[in-house]
Design a protein around this ligand. Structure first.
Ligand SMILES: [Zn+2]
Length: 284
C-alpha cells in the first residue's frame, strides 16, 4: 500500500499535548507517513512550525489565522506569519477563509484577515490552505479576485454541495476530504460528489482531533480523531469512487507531494531518534 499524507491535522491541539509521539508512531504504523499540521492562530502556527522542525520529513506545517480567530488578527501578525512561513517544513499559508456558520469573529474581521493572508500567499508564492463554511458566495468572490496571482489552493474539509464543488473546481482549487463523508446523517451527499473530483486534485485529511469518522469501529473512548484513522477515510472514499484503496492512496499522496512540494518520507527507523519537547499551545 502506498504511504498516505494527512494534509490537515491539528496536532498543536491541547488534546495531543500528552502523547504526541505515540500519535505520530500510530500514524506511521498505519501508513500515514507524513502529516501537515494546521496553523490556526499565530501562536499555533509557531507551534506547528516547531513541530515540523522537530520531525523533519514527517511533520510539515501551515501558518495562518482561522476565521474563528480573525478578531484577534492584528497588523503586527502579518510579519510574524511571514517569518514563520520561511521556516523549514512550513509548506503553506492558512488555514484561512470565512466561516459564517458560527461567526466567532465578525464577517468584516474575517474578510480582513482572509484578504491579508491571500496577499501573503501571493507575495510568497506559497500554497494556501482554505476554510469555508456557510460563506460560499463571499468566499468565492474574494478568491476570484486573487486567483490569477495565487499558487495552488486547497478547499480543506469540503462538506458542501455540487454547486460549491463545481465552482471550486472551476477556480482550479484542490479539494480536501475528511471523515465527514463517513457520517451517514450529514455527509452522505459526498458519496456521489467525490466522484466529480479529478484524481490529481483530491487529497485526504483527518482534521484531527475533530471529525472522528462516525462509523469507525471500535470507537475510541476519548472520541479524539487522529491521523492513524486516515486509512478509514481512504477506504470510504475509494469505495465511493469505485477504485481501490491502493490506487487512491497512490494518487492522493502524489497530489499532496506536488501541492505542498513535500520531500520524500523519512524512514520509520529514523523517527523516534529525534528529541521532542511537547509544548502547550492552549489558551487561544
Ligand atoms: Zn477548517
Amino acid at each position: 500500500m502506498s504511504e498516505l499524507v494527512d494534509i490537515g491535522a491539528n496536532l498543536t491541539h491541547e488534546s495531543f499535548a500528552g502523547d504526541l509521539d505515540a500519535v505520530i508512531a500510530r500514524a506511521r504504523d498505519a501508513g500515514v507517513t507524513r502529516m501537515v499540521v494546521t496553523g490556526s492562530t499565530v501562536e499555533h502556527s509557531s507551534a506547528a512550525a516547531a513541530l515540523a522542525a522537530a520531525h523533519p520529513g514527517v511533520l510539515h506545517a501551515t501558518v495562518g489565522v482561522h476565521p474563528h480567530h480573525a478578531c484577534d488578527f492584528a497588523a503586527a501578525d502579518l510579519p510574524r506569519l511571514k517569518t514563520l512561513a520561511g521556516l523549514p517544513g512550513v509548506v503553506a499559508v492558512g488555514e484561512c477563509g470565512l466561516d459564517h456558520f458560527r461567526n466567532y469573529s465578525s464577517p468584516a474581521e474575517q474578510e480582513r484577515a482572509f484578504i491579508a493572508q491571500l496577499e501573503l500567499a501571493v507575495e510568497l508564492q506559497r500554497p494556501v490552505f482554505l476554510h469555508q463554511r456557510e460563506a460560499h458566495d463571499r468566499f468565492l468572490g474574494i478568491l476570484k479576485d486573487f486567483r490569477d496571482h495565487l499558487g495552488p489552493a486547497v478547499a480543506h474539509c469540503f462538506t458542501a454541495g455540487q454547486r460549491e464543488l463545481w465552482a471550486y473546481l472551476d477556480l482550479d482549487l484542490h479539494i480536501g476530504i475528511t471523515g465527514w463523508i463517513c457520517d451517514e446523517r450529514r455527509g452522505s451527499h459526498l458519496e456521489t460528489l467525490v466522484r466529480d473530483i479529478p484524481a490529481d486534485r483530491l487529497m485526504l485529511e483527518t482534521d484531527a482531533p475533530y471529525l472522528l469518522p462516525r462509523d469507525l469501529r471500535p470507537r475510541p473512548k476519548s472520541r479524539r480523531n487522529e491521523p492513524a484513522y486516515l486509512p478509514h477515510v481512504l477506504a470510504k472514499v475509494a469505495a465511493c469512487r469505485q477504485t481501490t484503496a491502493e490506487a487512491l492512496a497512490a494518487s492522493t499522496t502524489a497530489t499532496a507531494e506536488r501541492f505542498f512540494r513535500l520531500q520524500p518520507a523519512v524512514s520509520a527507523s529514523a523517527v523516534g531518534t529525534q528529541d521532542f519537547e511537547p509544548r502547550s499551545t492552549c489558551g487561544v
